[in-house]
Design a protein around this ligand. Structure first.
Ligand SMILES: [Zn+2]
Length: 376
């Protein structure tokens, strides 16, 4: 069992250690943040865009946040005398803590579904950082399965906890990997956003999912039906397990895009069984290693967990899945979202999903070096 230990940083932010199964209990000293930190500021704003009906977070206070610090000043490496970091402990396995420069929060509350032009409300919600490893270099794909399993445990626990906070409508665990797509910190890490509204993309997907669910009298989900169709067709499958399968979607938008779907209908990561989480650690690492095996250098990606929104209409039709995407279209070329995509949301994909699936099936997953297990 993953051991969870919670504490608070000097400014009151919550921090949780998720230690791998079988590791020794934490010392009391690793729970005390000895820094002096200024108090937490007020949240930014959410402004209502009357043209689109979307909320936009205006977070000018984030301009001062950490940007690609040198390794000896990394805020998520374990604390040393020379670098009193965000993590009070001298070592850890996986850690989750509230972002010091959040675009949402720390205040919590509800926001209306729509509002008149000129409406701004506090940017309620919560932004958390998930550090995957105490090691400053490397990537998720280099973690061992035990450590990946601990990260999954952290995602699941945070999904459950954040879903219970006042006003939260959607919990989104994700990872941006690669400076090419705007990562501001090299240390392998992900984030979790808890939004006080259903995000625009989740609203579009949720509406299609709800329509399918209603047409099926609540007996099936759209995601499950697409998974069945892909498995039957086979031409875009990447891998099939006992509990999870992955495929390149029929109408992939990105040069590299894979959807990883649990066979069982579950709303979110918190609803996965222990056996499902075990397999997820294996297949998720397998997928990431295939992405990295395509080219001589690591592939930038966005790993996005689509969980059922906390919305009474959309949630019953929701079905957990991962959308793993990359803008990489060649060894030295990235797709940029330009006029058609950025302005119109009309995607043009220069690769065929079938050929991408074939390449991803063909590349053997690269075995992981031993990155984990440094804790004494
Ligand atoms: Zn670091």
């Amino acid at each position: 069992m993953t051991r969870i230990t919670s504490t608070n940083l000097a400014d009151g932010r919550e921090l949780l250690y998720f230690d791998d199964a079988g590791t020794a209990p934490r010392s009391a000293a690793s729970l005390v943040d000895c820094r002096e930190l200024p108090g937490r500021g007020e949240p930014g704003e959410l402004r209502f865009d009357a043209l689109s009906g979307d909320w936009v977070a205006v977070a000018a206070h984030r301009q001062g946040r950490t940007h690609l610090p040198p390794a000896d000043q990394c805020p998520i490496c374990p604390t040393t005398a020379a670098n009193p970091s965000e993590i009070p402990a001298p070592d850890y396995d996986v850690v989750v803590f509230e972002n010091r420069f959040p675009s949402l929060g720390p205040a919590l509350g509800g926001v209306p579904d729509s509002a008149p032009h000129g409406t701004a409300v506090p940017a309620y919600g919560r932004c958390e950082v998930v550090s995957f490893t105490p090691k400053h270099t490397g990537s998720f794909s280099e973690l061992g399965e035990t450590r990946a399993r601990t990260v999954i445990e952290a995602w699941a626990q945070r999904t459950e906890a954040l879903s219970a906070l006042p006003g939260i409508k959607q919990v989104f665990p994700f990872e941006n990997r690669g400076a090419e797509i705007g990562v501001t910190l090299h240390h392998p890490h992900g984030q979790i956003y808890a939004y006080p509204y259903v995000t625009p993309r989740a609203a579009v997907l949720g509406s299609a999912a709800r329509k399918y669910y209603d047409d099926a009298d609540g007996t099936d989900t759209l995601t499950a039906s697409l998974l069945r169709a892909e498995r039957e067709d086979g031409s875009r499958m990447v891998l099939e397990g006992e509990h999870f399968s992955a495929y390149v979607p029929f109408s992939a938008r990105w040069p590299l895009e894979v959807h990883l779907v649990p066979h069982r209908r579950v709303p979110d990561l918190a609803a996965l069984t222990g056996g499902e989480r075990d397999e997820l650690a294996h297949v998720y690492l397998d997928l990431l290693r295939r992405f990295d095996a395509l080219y001589p250098t690591p592939t930038p990606y966005i790993s996005a967990w689509h969980q059922a929104p906390l919305d009474s209409l959309l949630r019953p039709a929701g079905h957990l899945h991962l959308q793993l995407t990359s803008p990489r279209r060649a060894a030295d070329k990235l797709k940029f979202l330009a006029g058609s995509e950025a302005a119109m949301g009309a995607f043009i994909n220069d690769t065929t999903p079938e050929s991408v699936a074939e390449r991803l099936r063909a590349v053997a997953a690269v075995p992981a070096p031993a990155l984990e297990g440094t804790r004494a």
